[in-house]
Design a protein around this ligand. Structure first.
Ligand code: ADP
Ligand code: MG
Length: 405
């Protein structure tokens, strides 16, 4: 697989798929890590005399709604806010923003773009064809470029027009396609969690968070690779319910109960579940904070965090680990009263001696950051879904496989 070091980009138009899908609140960027993470690739290309065209998705644009709803989605996810931040990071004079994703106006911007300059295109998801990997859309985007660089690790698990169709076409035309520095770094770190070396054992995975239906599938693969899997967060309730525990009104996935039970049985003791929980009366506007005496949560109550016995149990399970993959907070860490489980587990991970430690989840990374542990991890992935899928598919992701020769 080529990396950007293998390319001769002088005087060329290089189209770079970045992941600028950053968290925002009321329109303001709350964490620009993904933009900052793409800078090494962008700066390298500029230094080498390329004219750099960047494109990325931002948020969700549903094309099924009424014209008013689609327009509202577009407005909410307008890339212009990102272009301002990019200008601050790179130098305002270098960055041009195209309010459109394709068409005559974009072609003009592309023609005018000089070496050493950056053009950021509008949100790729403004186009209905993006998520469908529409060939006509890929063809138009490919026509802007002499070469393509994939640096959007967070989108590499999606075979969309911008992540798959474009490099596929350019490759067929004999043009250069390569990965950028960020994707190179992510592959290097996560490959270690996929092809596990002897010296990286014991290898412990910690799963939590909320997106259970997306994540639970990875357990099959993790069981083949890991020595132990600790499960907390909302993910745990599906397992606890499957094993016959009372979980009150905690969220669980009804259609995953059988699967969870099967995983637990296959694991033969290698899946470790909470033995107590911190629970409350209701998620919004809660008034009580209680600790259950065992793995059961009383009827009518909702689990919000792993309890103190589980915190100690998980910390003990981590002792001696040489590699840790962590995806998903142990509780609703955004609320100080339910943050302890996540904090204790993060602290136990960074306290390990000479271990290779990876975070693969946006909210987990935000939690680690908030508690001051983020810089102590060996690798913090910019792609939660992508890192999980990479493990699930034994190192393969469509947006990276298409770059390979
Ligand atoms: P990541 O981004 O790290 O992959 P997710 O997006 O899957 O993690 O989940 C993060 C969310 O899960 C957080 O907002 C957190 O509040 C929530 N969460 C964790 N534990 C619970 C729980 N017991 N009940 C409800 N939500 C939870
Ligand atoms: Mg998340």
């Amino acid at each position: 697989m080529k990396t950007i070091r293998d390319l001769n980009v002088k005087g060329k138009h290089v189209l770079v798929r970045v992941d600028f899908n950053v968290p925002r609140k009321g329109g303001a960027i709350t964490d620009d890590n993904r933009i900052v993470s793409a800078l090494p690739t962008i700066k390298y290309l500029l230094d080498k005399g390329a004219a750099v065209i960047l494109f990325s998705h931002l948020g969700k644009v549903s094309h099924k709604g009424t014209p008013e709803e689609i327009a509202a989605d577009k407005k909410k996810n307008d890339m212009v806010a990102i272009s301002v931040r990019l200008g601050e990071l790179l130098g305002k004079e270098k960055v041009t923003f195209s309010p459109e994703t394709k068409g005559e106006s974009v072609k003009k911007f592309v023609e005018m773009l000089r070496p050493g300059e950056v053009l950021l295109l509008q949100n790729t998801r403004y186009e209905k064809g993006e998520e469908k990997n529409d060939p006509a859309l890929s063809k138009e985007w490919a026509s802007y470029a002499d070469a393509f660089v994939m640096d959007a690790f967070g989108s590499a698990h999606r075979a969309h027009a911008s992540t798959y169709g474009v490099p596929e076409l350019l490759k067929a035309e004999g043009k250069d396609v390569a990965v950028g520095f960020l994707v190179e770094k992510e592959i290097e770190a996560l490959s270690r969690c996929v092809d596990v070396k002897k010296e990286d054992r014991p290898y412990v995975a910690i799963l939590g968070g909320f997106k259970v239906s997306d994540k639970i599938k990875v357990i099959d693969s993790l069981l083949k690779k890991c020595d132990k899997i600790l499960i907390g967060g909302a993910m745990a309730y599906t397992f606890q319910k499957a094993l016959g525990y009372e979980i009150g009104v905690s969220p669980f996935e009804a259609d995953q109960l059988e699967y969870a039970k099967k995983c637990f049985e296959t694991a033969k003791g290698r899946i470790v579940l909470p033995v107590d929980s911190v629970y409350t009366d209701k998620f919004e506007g809660w008034t009580i904070k209680e600790v259950s005496k065992d793995a059961n949560i009383p009827a009518g109550f909702e689990g919000m965090d792993i309890g103190p016995k589980t915190q100690a149990l998980f910390a003990k399970q981590l002792v001696g680990a040489k590699m840790v993959f962590w995806n998903g907070p142990m509780g609703v860490f955004e609320q100080a009263d339910f943050a302890e489980g996540t904090k204790v587990v993060a602290k136990a991970i960074v306290g390990l001696d000479k271990a290779f430690t990876v975070i693969g989840g946006g909210d987990s990374a935000a939690a680690a950051q908030e508690f001051g542990f983020k810089d102590s991890f060996s690798h913090v992935s910019t792609g939660g879904g992508a890192s999980l899928e990479m493990i699930e598919n034994d190192g393969h992701l469509p947006g990276i496989d298409i770059i390979k020769d």
